[in-house]
Write a protein that binds this ligand. Structure first.
Ligand SMILES: [Zn+2]
Ligand SMILES: [Zn+2]
Length: 361
């Protein structure tokens, strides 16, 4: 079957005429939500730092700070796409503020996310956020050892790693991309990277280690898990694609309405890839148009189903369209290529796979 792919610009050109004009303007009102999160965070931090609260109260406040950190990250993402304020300087300043808890600077983020992930989504080599292929894994013997662990242990480790993966990946991205900035801009990128680390680590000398764990460490891990909970469902069940087609390479998850309100509609990821520069406020409308026009191409499922499917499928691409468990020699479909999240059935490697030079690890 030869599928026809379309770029995100093609979909945008089809949907745009049906969108109201105001959808293409920045929505500074989003900042009110950000302000609320900032106030909650600062109040929580002061409560932990100033009062000698019982363990349970500190834990509960820590959880609230963590969920606020994550939501601030979602807003930071939106701000740095330019959908909240227009002026570049203000955009970067606000982006820096809202990404501060996730230890990520605005210039790095725009290069890594806007200019690379969005432009080359699910491209085997060019998308910095995509998962590796079997060919690439074969070149990394140390990593291959991990794939010798039993499937359930790997799935557990994959989920456990979500608690720190955003920070780890962001730090890796910094060292990958910092060299690519012009020398005169590199200083600013370094400063935006170092300041959050210095501030958050330095805080330990003012509040003591126990309070610091509640004020920063636990919230930071919770925020990592929350943002990665979404990010891991965004593209990891989708195939690599020859054309950056958001309907083929992206999944929108669904969550209860109140969570969409708290998380600035971050669940609408396919919509976001078609219109990264319009406010997520209008994504429910974009979704309606996509579902009217291309119902069979659009991938959507509840967040819980997406996480379950992630748990049950391996994370190595095989022939771009499937996922392979190299140890067991089992091959799983991807979205649009035979993956049914409700009934995941792998197939065994067969003769035509052998012809392609694939053998069990
Ligand atoms: Zn994405
Ligand atoms: Zn984005």
């Amino acid at each position: 079957m030869n599928k026809e792919f379309h770029s995100f610009g093609w979909y945008a050109s089809k949907v745009s005429p049906h969108m109201p004009k105001k959808a293409f303007k920045p929505v500074p009102g989003r900042l009110l939500g950000g302000l609320a999160y900032l106030l909650i965070t600062i109040t929580g931090m002061l409560a932990i730092g100033v009062y000698d609260l019982p363990f349970l109260a500190n834990t509960a406040i820590s959880f609230v700070i963590g969920t606020s950190f994550a939501a601030m990250g979602f807003l930071g993402h939106e701000i740095l796409h330019g959908t909240v304020v227009k002026k570049a300087g203000l955009r970067d300043l606000l982006g820096a503020v809202f990404f501060f808890p996730l230890l990520t600077g605005p210039r790095l983020w725009r290069k890594w996310h806007n200019m690379t992930h969005h432009v080359h989504t699910q491209h085997e080599e060019k998308d910095p956020d995509t998962w590796m292929s079997k060919d690439e894994l074969d070149k990394k013997p140390a990593l291959k050892l991990i794939y010798r662990l039993p499937f359930s242990v790997r799935a557990f480790l994959e989920f456990f790693s979500l608690c720190f993966l955003f920070t780890l990946h962001s730090t890796r991205m910094f060292f990958t991309y910092v060299k690519e900035f012009q020398p005169k801009k590199r200083g600013a990128v370094w400063i935006q990277f170092l300041v959050p680390w210095v501030v958050w680590i330095g805080l330990v000398f003012f509040v003591g280690i126990t309070n610091w764990v509640f004020i920063f460490l636990i919230p930071h891990l919770i925020a990592n898990a929350m943002v990665m909970g979404y990010i891991s469902t965004n593209h990891r069940l989708n195939p690599y694609v020859p054309v950056n087609d958001p309907l083929a390479n992206t999944l929108s998850v669904t969550v209860p309405k109140w969570i969409d309100v708290l998380h600035f509609n971050f669940s609408y990821h396919t919509e976001h890839h078609i219109f990264p520069s319009i406010s997520s406020k209008y994504y429910p409308l974009v979704k309606k148009h996509i579902k009217d026009n291309w119902p069979s191409l659009y991938h959507e499922m509840p967040m819980s189903s997406a996480l379950k499917a992630l748990w049950k499928t391996p994370r190595v691409y095989y022939n771009g369209k499937e996922l392979i468990d190299p140890q067991a020699g089992l091959v799983y479909g991807s979205l649009g290529n035979g993956l049914d999240p409700e009934a995941i059935e792998p197939r065994s490697l067969n003769e035509s796979d052998a012809k392609n030079g694939i053998k069990q690890a």
